[in-house]
Design a protein around this ligand. Structure first.
Ligand code: UDP
Length: 398
């Protein structure tokens, strides 16, 4: 089938791990690539952005940069260019004589575009929100999410043919929030490329790793302060352990984190290399004793899964997405309380016990192998076919 994938601000050619690019960009890239390899024609439509002329390695899908709004338009201004985005996509598709069998949209902005296109083209529409305003609001009541986002998320969830979510918890949240039936949702967890993120088992006695790792955007929801407080405890107990924080964020947040590190007097024990290309991450994951993910909320948590594929155990917050990756006590530890002492205890346990780490490494890799991209995409392809077929059968007369 021919699929139009709408990812307004999540262009797959943007380097993930910085300000507004992360797991969603990786998801759109991996899923589009693998759907294409399965024989679907996939056209990804993303908005123009800085650096797009650099392109990226050849892909099996087509990527079109849609000219809607000025190049450097901040994310919060995107709602006002969505109509222009719709018109541009319609024109491009008409010029190319493309007719679509299915629309897949990512994040609420794309969901709004998808609903418009679905009406114009009479095409079935599948959406994934990746994050929801109502969830963000739960953790940051003071943060101003625009009203239009709340309204649009409810409308998109209601109007699409199906919502693809990563976990049962996400489905339950939306059922309550939007008053939708369970059969509106399909659960398909994302995956990991277990060839790129590979694992070489090593003997316990050679397993002397002393780096604690964090990989992700520096975003308030990721809870990096909890890790800093835990590391301040560990640093007094284990002399040669260090912390590496990989990823970037808005300049203000980066500065704030640097300030906290300085006030904890940990600058000589913590490295912040900034955003790194994904090709450098397998070695970084493999060299770490453990990855720590102290997020307030995580829809999924690709970095933790990538680390698991490299045989690196995780100490993670016991929240929905991370719970679906980390097997507590087996591939790492899940911690319910936001307590730095508990994090420090579990991190130290893994750092100081090579045989335990070796055992957890193997279990983590086994868990990652259960969550391959190919499995996820086969599942999605089956859902797309089912939705498309359901639309082509006329509803029975009443
Ligand atoms: N990432 C990267 N370089 C970095 C930091 C992160 O390529 O410096 C990638 C990482 O490999 C992962 C994604 O960004 O695939 C982050 O996804 P995750 O689900 O962990 O977090 P999100 O950004 O979706 O909140």
């Amino acid at each position: 089938m021919r699929i139009a994938t709408i990812s307004v601000h999540g262009c797959p050619c943007i380097q993930p791990g910085g300000t507004d690019a992360g797991g969603m960009n990786v998801y759109v890239d991996q899923v589009s690539e693998r759907l294409s390899r399965l024989g679907h024609d996939v056209d990804v439509y993303s908005r123009i952005h800085a650096g797009m002329e650099k392109g990226f390695n050849e892909r099996a899908y087509n990527l079109t940069h849609v000219s809607a709004g000025e190049l450097a338009l901040p994310k919060e201004h995107l709602p006002r260019v969505l109509q222009e985005f719709v018109s541009e996509v319609v024109n491009v598709a008409e010029d190319r004589s493309y007719g679509y069998d299915l629309l897949a949209s990512h994040y609420w902005l794309s969901g709004v575009v998808g609903c418009e296109l679905s009406n114009i083209w009479e095409t079935p529409h599948v959406t994934s929100f990746h994050t929801l305003a109502s969830i963000k609001k739960r953790f940051w009541p003071d943060e101003d999410e625009p009203k239009i986002r709340f309204i649009s998320e409810a409308r998109v969830a209601r109007d699409v043919d199906t919502v693809v979510v990563w976990t049962e918890g996400e489905a339950e949240h939306m059922m309550t929030q939007f008053g939708l039936p369970r059969d509106k949702f399909n659960i398909v967890p994302p995956g990991v490329d277990t060839d790129c993120f590979s694992f070489t088992p090593i003997a316990s006695e050679q397993n002397t790793k002393s780096t604690i790792l964090y990989v992700g955007r520096l975003d308030a929801l990721k809870g990096v302060d909890l890790l800093l407080d835990a590391f301040a405890i560990i640093a007094t107990q284990i002399p040669d352990v260090d912390l590496q924080i990989v990823g970037g964020g808005y300049a203000d947040e980066f500065r704030r984190v640097l300030g906290r590190i300085a006030s904890l007097r940990l600058a000589d024990r913590i490295k912040l290399p900034g955003v790194l290309p994904q090709s450098e991450l397998p070695k970084i994951y493999s060299d770490a004793a453990c990855i720590v993910a102290p997020s307030f909320h995580e829809t999924f948590g690709l970095a933790v899964l990538e680390a698991a594929a490299c045989g690196t155990p995780a100490i993670a917050a016991d929240v929905d997405g991370l719970r679906s990756i980390v097997d507590d006590g087996n591939t790492g530890y899940l911690i319910r309380e936001r307590d730095p002492t508990l994090y420090a205890e579990k991190i130290s346990e893994i750092v100081e016990n090579p045989p335990l780490r070796k055992q957890m490494s193997i279990a983590a890799r086994n868990r990652a192998e259960e969550l391959s991209w190919d499995g996820a995409v086969a599942n999605l392809s089956e859902i797309y076919n089912r939705i498309s077929l359901a639309r082509s059968i006329p509803a029975p007369l009443r």
